[in-house]
Design a protein around this ligand. Structure first.
Ligand code: ATP
Length: 228
């Protein structure tokens, strides 16, 4: 589903964000990206949804070659992805319903289907009763859940999330992770960037560690021991 081959990202002459990063992610995997602040986690996610272009190497994502992909192909790529940003990126002047439905509107989905799918996505994150509220009337945790609903409304092949639990209390963080596991169980590939070691330990998934823009480790999901 996703292959990175000797990927490097240099923002300018001084800042090397990623260097010689190679790994693959199979369809249906659940992977954590971790590492200290500045390790390159956000940059890696930005490369995966083509907000940034690698300075070297190649990335294959859901049938697209991202390094050499023409700009006009970006919408086709993004249709297959759901992205949860660190800072939510909700539109303040639009209701929660409009924020989530917007993705479908852009894709030309009928009004009736927009309504049905938006309601379903908001129900998944427990916010169906906030349809008519505006983002600033919601708590940080609730805004985060709206951002997740927006990422899921299009049934993406791949869900990319940058610190999706950063603003949430531990119980809510656990709930969001349970939600991601459910989505993953339905076949969506999930990639989550996080600092949160205790969350990673609890989840028992594959973990890719970055340090100074390089892969420090790639630890497979622990397999459960079967005793006979
Ligand atoms: N737009 C940019 N221009 C120049 N340098 C940048 C830019 N974005 C990131 N960097 C640099 O690239 C490196 C990696 O940053 P990145 O945001 O990917 O790290 P991160 O692991 O996500 O950090 P954090 O956990 O703090 O969000 C850092 O040294 C950062 O200063």
């Amino acid at each position: 589903m996703i292959t990175l081959t000797h990927v490097g990202k240099q923002y300018d002459r001084i800042h090397t964000a990623l260097a010689d990063v190679s790994f693959g992610i199979e369809a249906g995997e659940f992977v954590f990206l971790t590492g200290p602040s500045g390790a390159g986690k956000s940059t890696l996610l930005k490369l995966l949804f083509r907000e940034q272009v690698p300075s070297s190497g190649e990335i294959q994502m859901a049938g697209h070659r991202l390094a050499s992909m023409p700009e006009k192909e970006i919408p086709l790529l993004r249709r297959k992805l759901g992205v949860v940003f660190q800072d939510f990126k909700l539109i303040r002047s639009r209701t929660i319903f409009e924020n989530v439905a917007f993705v479908l509107k852009v894709l030309g989905v009928s009004a009736a289907e927009q309504k049905q799918r938006t309601f379903r996505a908001l129900k998944m994150v427990g916010l169906q009763h906030k349809l008519s509220s505006y983002p600033l009337q919601l708590s940080g945790g609730e805004q985060q859940r709206v951002a997740i609903a927006r990422a899921l409304v299009n049934d993406p092949l791949v869900l990319l999330a940058d610190e999706p639990t950063g603003n949430l209390d531990p119980d809510l963080a656990q709930e969001i992770m349970a939600l991601f596991e459910r989505i993953n169980g339905q076949g969506t590939t999930v990639i989550v960037a996080t600092h949160d070691r205790s969350l990673i330990q609890r989840m028992k998934k594959r973990v890719i560690g970055l340090d100074h823009g390089r892969i420090a480790f790639d630890q497979p999901a622990p397999t459960s021991l079967v005793t006979v």
